[in-house]
Design a protein around this ligand. Structure first.
Ligand SMILES: Nc1ncnc2c1ncn2[C@@H]1O[C@H](COP(=O)(O)OP(=O)(O)OP(=O)(O)O)[C@@H](O)[C@H]1O
Ligand SMILES: [Mg+2]
Length: 320
């Protein structure tokens, strides 16, 4: 983009975040910049020298340039038991507690988000897609500022997603959620561990991707296989996704857990969020339909999820 006076607008080619640079503050030797949002490094327009520097300008937008309305996140990884649903539910509860009106969509036939929140909706996403329920009946208020569009096995029977080759299913999630998303600040969509048309439809709807990865050898291998699966979908998503890698089940008493976390940090740098520690208490809370934000006590898990909420909301002052 051409300079305007002493300022220049640039857009990160990776996540589309826009910045306004004050050219007077940038040394002439600086040729490359690193996006604060997604960590990608790219050349200033017309530059190719290898020098790097952090952009000091403030972002113009908090979300990718092409987005209006809520921030749309998917929790996705095609391996079971990574903490996707736990994170979707707890992060949604955290954002709601911080005052953001949040919609949690469960796009998994397992439908666990409702039980983790201790609610029993009559229907949800499947019924909204099929037209069997209007939005006001499909959405259930689970907490102050937090609404749930539940999953469940009726999703598995939906005609739209029955055929693996059904390319017509791609826009369904977007078409279903777009009319009801306007009043929300965040929409978080939990996906099943299966790579199927429903999951792909979710990935086309969202603009940000949170990938929980358990700090174990097997999940690291799985992560390496997941990225090539994402790539062809990501190429078709407008502006691509802003990605976050979330280490889960982190246990600093276990050497392997530390090693794997450090390896992720060294490869993916700023894309890696502060880890969610292993917590038996978290499991017990879920069994009772409670999140860490429902309990009037501080805990390691609550601190972890508060930190994650600060990261995704781009607001270091939340909960302080
Ligand atoms: N940080 C944690 N510490 C201890 N247990 C956890 C933690 N996070 C999740 N769990 C437990 O691990 C199990 C799997 O978690 P969760 O359902 O969130 O994973 P998932 O990735 O959504 O699984 P699936 O792939 O089957 O959808 C649950 O019993 C949950 O209580
Ligand atoms: Mg799950």
């Amino acid at each position: 983009m051409p300079p305007n006076g002493s300022h220049m607008r640039i857009t990160c080619p990776h996540c589309q975040k826009q910045y306004r640079l004050d050219l007077a503050k940038i040394r002439p030797t600086v040729k490359k910049v690193r996006c604060k949002a997604c960590g990608a490094t790219f050349s200033l327009p017309g530059e190719s020298a290898p020098r790097q520097a952090e952009i000091q300008a403030e972002p113009i937008l908090a979300a990718p340039a092409s987005r209006r309305g809520p921030r749309r996140f998917a929790l996705s990884f095609n391996k079971v038991g990574m903490g996707k649903t736990t994170t979707a539910v707890t992060l949604a509860a955290g954002l709601a507690t911080a005052g953001f009106k949040t919609l949690l969509v469960d796009a998994d036939p397992q439908g666990r988000a409702a039980s983790y929140l201790g609610v029993s909706p009559k229907g949800g996403l499947a019924e909204l897609i099929s037209g069997d329920l209007p939005p006001e009946a499909a959405l259930v208020k689970a907490r102050e500022n937090l609404w749930l569009l539940a999953g469940g096995n009726t999703l598995a029977g939906l005609r739209h997603f029955a055929d693996d080759k059904a390319s017509g299913s791609v826009p369904i999630i977007d078409e279903t959620i777009a009319p009801i998303e306007k009043e929300f600040a965040f929409v978080l969509v939990d996906t099943s561990p299966e790579w199927n048309p429903l999951t792909i439809s979710v990935l086309f709807y969202v603009r940000e991707l949170l990938i929980p990865v358990s700090m174990e050898v097997m999940s690291v291998q799985g992560f390496g296989e997941f990225l090539p699966l994402l790539e062809p979908v990501g190429r078709l998503v407008e502006g691509r996704w802003l990605k976050y890698i979330l280490p889960t089940f982190y246990d600093p008493r276990v050497r392997k857990s530390i090693d794997i976390y450090e390896k992720f940090m060294s490869i993916y740098g700023d894309l890696v969020c502060a880890p969610i520690h292993y917590s038996g208490q978290l499991q017990e809370n879920q069994a009772q339909g409670k999140t860490v934000f429902d309990l009037g006590v501080r805990s390691r898990s609550r601190e972890d999820y508060e930190e994650l909420a600060r990261k995704v909301a781009h607001d270091p002052t939340l909960f302080t």
